[in-house]
Design a protein around this ligand. Structure first.
Ligand code: SAH
Ligand code: SF4
Ligand code: F3S
Length: 438
């Protein structure tokens, strides 16, 4: 049996695409390799959202190249967002790569592989959307986690935030038909999945291109599938998050009390330059509305520090929002100019050294807030979905997405249990099993 190894960079969309590719490979009779060194096929699923992931891809390829020393027939393929944006450049820089394909050509993996195995360079990078891309949906995913699963509900993004490469690497918004999403959810539940995580670069825009369905209706439809115990979704855009969606989140018992709502920056001037389509005040009003309907909701966000023209005063507006909202988690990054995006032509912030300090100050400040939020769980009783068994302890997540290590109980994998939290760490909680639910 031939063996494959997939290295995935980037967001949940890429993770899900890799799971689908593993599904395709399984259908072709491949099995997973324990190590890339023993693989007959290595696939690198790339991300291009900042410069760092770009560089990581090239250094990973430099390493994987060695697979051919022992196994000259091994095939190395590159796909994902960097391949879509700069596939031909990759072939030039890494001529040992046998196969390159874009983000809408994944379903052609079987044909591409045949071509590469015949000793040819297999390249497919289509600029326009490949209409047949939905064929990918028919493949089951191969997942590490048996109890939680991603389901892609919308592809692409129409927002065109001025710093972002995603609309260029993933194309315009295409929602999957609601019936097809539900079909996939049913398969997953039949396969033992308890938690469905709906994903897309902009899930709250779901249905806009179809015209006859809205995101909140999708939430209700997924909740109606028997056996769905938990629902999450990422990423919501503050502009598209409407009161109907928030009401549905509060109303549907399975929708978890957790939301990732990227703000990117606190200053209205910078938000405008980013073309995010909201002001700080409007964003904070959405947070207020979320907390009105779902008082115990946990929140996380993305921040960009050092966007072109950001002054210290602008930065302080971001700090102010972090202090005011008190997110459970913050993902903060230094601005990275992306080729071809409008912001790449904007004048950079004067002193790049300042940006590094601003970022580390912000991360340190948030560390304390995260710890404080975690401490609120001390002695609380929470619901945990047990996802993993590690020797004498179980590992799972709360509805608010906190990682919990727990003692007591056996054969509880995939079960919802009640846990009393008795220790709080910076990045996780520890607890004692009280009882099994359901
Ligand atoms: N669709 C999501 C996020 C997609 S990209 C949204 O709109 O929120 C994930 C995160 O990467 C973004 O939220 C942003 O914080 C960060 N990011 C995107 N482009 C970036 C860039 N050029 N430099 C630094 N961070 C960037
Ligand atoms: Fe990028 Fe903005 Fe689209 Fe998010 S909403 S993927 S940040 S363009
Ligand atoms: Fe990266 Fe592409 Fe996702 S650029 S963040 S893998 S959509």
């Amino acid at each position: 049996m031939k063996k494959y190894y997939i290295r995935t960079f980037g967001c949940q969309m890429n993770v899900n695409d890799s799971q689908k590719m593993a599904g395709i490979l399984k259908s072709l009779g491949y099995e997973p390799a324990r190590d890339w060194k023993e693989a007959d096929l290595i696939l690198v699923n790339t991300c291009s959202v900042r410069e760092k992931p770009d560089q990581k891809v090239l250094s990973a390829l430099g390493e994987f190249k060695k697979v051919k020393n022992k196994n000259p027939d091994a095939v190395i393929g590159v796909c994902g967002c960097l391949a879509q944006r700069a596939g031909y450049e990759i072939l030039q820089k890494a001529p040992f790569v046998d196969m390159v394909f874009g983000t809408t050509n994944i379903h052609h993996l079987p044909q591409l592989l045949k071509e590469a195995e015949a000793g040819n360079k297999a390249v497919e990078i289509i600029e326009d959307i490949d209409q047949s891309e939905t064929e990918l949906d028919r493949y089951p995913t191969v997942r590490d986690n048996r109890y939680t699963a991603y389901v892609t509900v919308i592809r692409g993004c129409d927002k065109k935030c001025t710093y972002c490469i995603v609309p260029y690497t993933r194309g315009k918004e295409r929602s999957r038909r609601i019936g097809e999403v539900i079909q996939e959810v049913k398969w997953l539940v039949d396969d033992g999945v308890k938690e469905i995580h709906l994903i897309g670069q902009n899930v709250t825009a779901y249905g806009k291109d179809l015209g006859d369905v809205r995101f909140y209706e999708l939430l209700y439809a997924v909740a109606d599938v028997e056996g769905v115990e938990r629902i999450r979704f990422t990423t919501g855009h503050p502009r598209d998050l409407d009161e109907e969606t928030i009401k549905a989140m509060a109303d549907i018992p399975q929708v978890c009390e957790y939301l990732h709502l990227p703000i990117q920056a606190g200053s209205d001037r910078i938000l405008k330059a980013m073309d995010r389509g909201y002001t700080q005040k409007e964003y904070l009003e959405k947070i207020e509305l979320l907390r009105k309907y779902i008082p115990d909701i946990a929140l996380s966000t993305d921040i960009i520090v050092g966007f072109p023209g950001e002054t210290y005063k602008d930065y302080l507006e971001t700090v102010k929002v972090l202090k005011e909202v008190e997110y459970d988690q913050v993902f903060a990054f230094k601005y990275s100019p992306r080729p071809g995006t409008p912001a790449a032509n904007m004048e950079l912030t004067e002193n790049p050294e300042d940006v590094g300090k601003r970022l580390s100050d912000l991360i340190n400040m948030q560390k304390e807030i995260t710890f404080k939020k975690n401490r609120e769980y001390e002695n609380k009783v929470v619901e945990v979905l047990v996802e993993e068994q590690k020797e004498d302890e179980l590992v799972g997540r709360t509805r608010t997405n906190k990682l919990v290590h727990l003692k007591g109980g056996h054969n509880l994998l995939g079960e919802l249990v009640k846990v009393k939290i008795n220790k709080v760490n910076r990045f996780s909680l520890e607890g004692e099993l009280l009882q099994q639910l359901v």
